[in-house]
Every structure is written in structure tokens, then in C-alpha cells.
Design a protein around this ligand. Structure first.
Ligand code: TYD
Ligand code: MG
Length: 453
């Protein structure tokens, strides 16, 4: 069975012919006698058509979202973790999943009965983390077990409202032949636990490890089985973490929760929007600020350019955080439309803070930074740039411009160069509408107005 797409093959091969992934096939023993159990999910409907009435609609029990105690976590999940729902939190080992969920349980245990099931750590490790995170006297139920039946038994005995399973890959049903972490086990255990959760109105949170080489049955096999899928991401070298919700049955997707990992756990990154600008030296030539969108969240980013004379036949174009081809295109537009001469210059462009931008809306900030460095003149530090540059040098509109400008305004920016099509009004922010690169660079006082060509 392919760990990535679940396709069944009758013999081993290095590559899955169904999804094209390499080294994802693993041998699975299929128990014919009870084989269909895994797909039989009972929702109590008895297979008959029903017309929904107020009894079903009025069942508000299932819509209760338990606040997580973190504004960022709540923001990502649209208010909290819903009772009666199943949430999968995936992420690489060591990123902070257990920390995030322990903190949630410490907060939730003030109001709800909570159970933390760990199959990976010892009781003293769990206790150590709980007390490190300030929950020394929290009434959290803790269960060390990797056995599905035992966990189910304890859930019906302890009757928790919130259950965290850390992690789903280490739980196994001993009736199934295959080992824990295999596709069959992961799916069977998740299905059974989800059934229990739905039945008792429990908020169930499954932790799933994702590894780059896919050596554990990826949580991907669970994505369709659960109500909410969120991935916890971050760089090992940085303390910044982001929770990205990619599926959510009870609210919007695409929002990000931003955290910082500290000595006493994860803290909300209060000013995530401007975090990449903290080291910016305002008033430096070759820099322009672009309000990027990550999911639905605005993150201000600084685009830096360095344009220096070269004596090489082949001038260098070095780009970090943007696509090289996009920069080449923008430089070509500058040469053609503005007459900027770059054939004897090396051009370095980078997005500060290791950020990667894929939005064409960053174009205007890129050309501004390049020209600003070329003429060695800074742009007004209170100015931001939003707009895609077309091949004809025209400035095209970008999505969510209003939202981007409003966030930038909150952080002290007061004007924005934006495409001529922008018709909204953002309080405290003056929108300077520009129709082409020439007028944009003129408005930014980098070239004389009307000097294009
Ligand atoms: P953990 O939550 O165990 O990660 P996961 O469950 O995703 O594997 O956290 C891993 C790292 O976080 C670990 O290297 C220690 C660090 N950490 C802190 O920096 N501060 C803390 O308060 C805690 C609890 C952990
Ligand atoms: Mg863990």
C-alpha cells in the first residue's frame, strides 16, 4: 500500500504508479475476516433519509468552540477547538506540537475535563513539560498507552471533553496484524477514535508527525477523515512558529497563527505583521516595503536591492526569496520602458528575514528597490508598494489591497503606491494611484516625472 496515496499494489515497486511518489510502498497484511471495519463509520443514521428538524439544528452542543488560551491559536482555528470535532495537528518532530497542545490543555482544564494520551513520552517527561509550562496544579488526566483498546476504554471511563492523542502514528490496534505507524493502523485508529469522539461530543486532537522522507505513514492519509487539518511549521534555526490551517469544517481556512518558542513555551507573536521589519534601517537606498499576504494574513516584508557596477561580460543577477525569472523580467521592463541601463551592473535582490515571496504583487516594490539602489536615493520610509508590473510596464492591481494597506497603516505607514484601479479608501493611508512604472518611480521621487523613455 502506498503511504502517500493509499493505492494498493500487488507487488513492491520503488515508485507508486498511482501518485508518482518514490519509496512510499509498504507491505500491509489485510485481515479478510474483519477487513471492512475500518471503512464502516456509523453516524447513527441507520441508512434512512431524514428531514432535518429543530431537534438536529438545535443541537448546539457540537458548535461549542473551546478557546485555546492563545489568541493566535484561536485566530487560526476561528475561535477555538470545537467539541465533537476531530483536529489533526501535523508537523516535523521537535517543532513544538506537544508544547502547543499541552498549553492548550492547561488552559482548557480550567473548565473542561481533559485527557492527554501519550505513546511517546514517559509520565515524568509529561509532568516535566506540564510544570515547565506553568500547569503544575492543572487537573489534566494523563495516560501513557499505545494500545487503541486501552485508550478507548479509558476514554469511556474518564469521560473527558477534550482528548489529545500524541501521536496517532504510535497508537496501534493489537487485533490488526500490521505494526504501528502503518497506513492501515493509522487509519483504523483514527477512524475508531473519531467515532468515539463524535459519539461522546469530545474534542479530539490528533498529533501527526510529518517527515520529509515520508518514512512514517504521513498524516495525509488522515486529512479526509478529520474535520480540521492544521500544520505547525517553522525553521529549526528560528524561534518563530506558524500554525497554518488547511482544512476547517467549522470556519475559514488560510489564516495563520504566529508564535514564538521561548523558555516557558509558546507565546503569541503579538506583532507578527511587522516582525520582518524589526531590523530595517529606514531611509536606506535600495529598500522598499511590500505588504505580503501569507494565507489571509498580512506580513510586511522588506525587499532589498544592491546594484553595483561590474566589469564582467556577464553581469550577475542574484536573487533570494523571489523567483530569478521574475527579477529578469522586471529588469527587462525597466530597460525597455524607463531606459534604465543595467547591462553593466550586478543586481542583487533579497527579501529580508529569509522570507519567500511568490506573489507578483511584490513587483512594484522590487523595481523600486532596484532603481533606488541604482540612483542611490532612498524612498520615503513611510511609503509601501503594492502592484504587479506587466510586460508593458503597466501597474496591475493585486488582491486584498485594502486589507494590506489597513495593516500597514496600523504599523505606522502612511502612504501606498497602488494601481490606478484601486478605488477603496483606507483611513489614515493615502493611496497614490499609479498607472505605469514610470509614474510610480516618479511618485517615489526616484526619477523625474515624465522622464520615462
Ligand atoms: P515539542 O513540543 O516536544 O515538539 P514536538 O511535539 O513537535 O516533537 O517541543 C520541541 C522543542 O521545543 C524542544 O526542542 C524543546 C523546545 N521547548 C522550548 O524551547 N520551550 C519550552 O517551553 C518547551 C516545553 C519546549
Ligand atoms: Mg511531541
Amino acid at each position: 500500500m502506498c503511504k502517500s496515496c493509499n493505492a494498493i499494489h500487488l507487488q513492491w515497486s520503488g515508485k507508486c504508479s498511482s501518485c508518482g511518489e518514490w519509496n512510499t510502498l509498504a507491505e500491509e497484511r489485510i485481515d479478510r475476516s474483519g477487513g471492512s471495519r475500518a471503512v464502516k463509520v456509523s453516524h447513527g443514521g441507520q441508512g434512512r433519509v431524514a428531514i432535518l428538524d429543530s431537534a438536529q439544528f438545535g443541537d448546539s452542543r457540537l458548535a461549542i468552540a473551546v478557546p485555546t488560551g492563545s489568541l493566535e491559536f484561536d485566530r487560526a482555528l476561528g475561535g477555538g477547538i470545537t467539541l465533537g470535532s476531530v483536529t489533526l495537528i501535523g508537523g516535523e518532530p521537535g517543532i513544538g506540537k506537544s508544547t502547543l497542545l499541552t498549553q492548550f490543555l492547561i488552559r482548557a482544564a480550567e473548565e473542561y475535563r481533559c485527557l492527554y494520551v501519550s505513546a511517546e513520552e514517559s509520565m515524568s517527561q509529561l509532568a516535566g513539560r506540564i510544570s515547565r509550562l506553568g500547569g503544575g496544579d492543572s487537573p489534566i488526566g494523563v495516560l501513557i498507552s499505545s494500545e487503541l483498546q486501552a485508550i478507548e476504554g479509558q476514554i469511556s471511563e474518564f469521560k473527558p471533553a477534550i482528548v489529545v492523542i500524541d501521536s496517532i502514528q504510535t497508537i496501534a490496534d493489537s487485533d490488526l496484524g500490521s505494526s504501528s505507524g502503518s497506513v492501515i493502523q493509522v487509519r483504523e485508529c483514527a477512524t475508531r477514535l473519531a467515532e468515539v469522539a463524535k459519539h461522546h461530543g469530545i474534542a479530539l486532537v490528533l498529533v501527526g508527525h510529518v517527515t520529509k522522507d515520508g518514512s512514517l505513514a504521513g498524516p495525509r492519509v488522515l486529512e479526509h477523515l478529520v474535520d480540521t487539518v492544521a500544520y505547525f511549521e517553522g525553521d529549526r534555526d528560528s524561534s518563530m512558529r506558524a500554525l497554518r490551517v488547511i482544512k476547517h469544517r467549522f470556519g475559514p481556512v488560510g489564516d495563520l497563527g504566529m508564535f514564538e518558542m521561548g523558555n516557558t513555551g509558546l507565546i503569541d507573536l503579538a506583532n507578527a505583521t511587522g516582525v520582518h521589519l524589526l531590523d530595517r534601517v529606514a531611509g536606506q537606498a535600495g529598500s522598499a516595503v511590500f505588504p505580503a499576504l501569507d494565507g489571509r494574513r498580512v506580513m510586511l516584508s522588506e525587499i532589498q536591492a544592491l546594484v553595483v557596477p561590474t566589469f564582467s561580460e556577464q553581469p550577475r543577477r542574484v536573487v533570494t526569496g523571489l523567483e530569478t525569472n521574475r527579477l529578469l523580467l522586471l529588469l527587462a521592463v525597466l530597460e525597455k520602458k524607463i531606459g534604465v541601463k543595467l547591462h553593466n551592473k550586478d543586481v542583487f535582490v533579497s527579501v529580508a528575514g529569509g522570507v519567500k515571496l511568490s506573489e507578483p504583487a511584490a513587483d512594484l516594490a522590487v523595481v523600486t528597490a532596484v532603481v533606488s539602489s541604482l540612483v542611490d536615493r532612498p524612498v520615503d520610509p513611510s511609503l509601501i508598494f503594492i502592484g504587479e508590473v506587466g510586460l508593458g510596464g503597466e501597474i496591475r492591481s493585486a488582491s486584498s489591497s485594502r486589507q494590506r494597506m489597513a495593516e500597514a497603516q496600523r504599523l505606522g505607514f502612511s502612504s501606498c503606491l497602488v494601481s490606478a484601479g484601486f478605488s477603496d479608501d483606507v483611513p489614515g493611508m493615502s493611496a497614490v494611484k499609479v498607472k505605469d512604472v514610470g509614474s510610480a518611480l516618479g511618485e517615489a521621487s526616484l526619477i523625474r516625472q515624465g522622464a520615462a523613455g
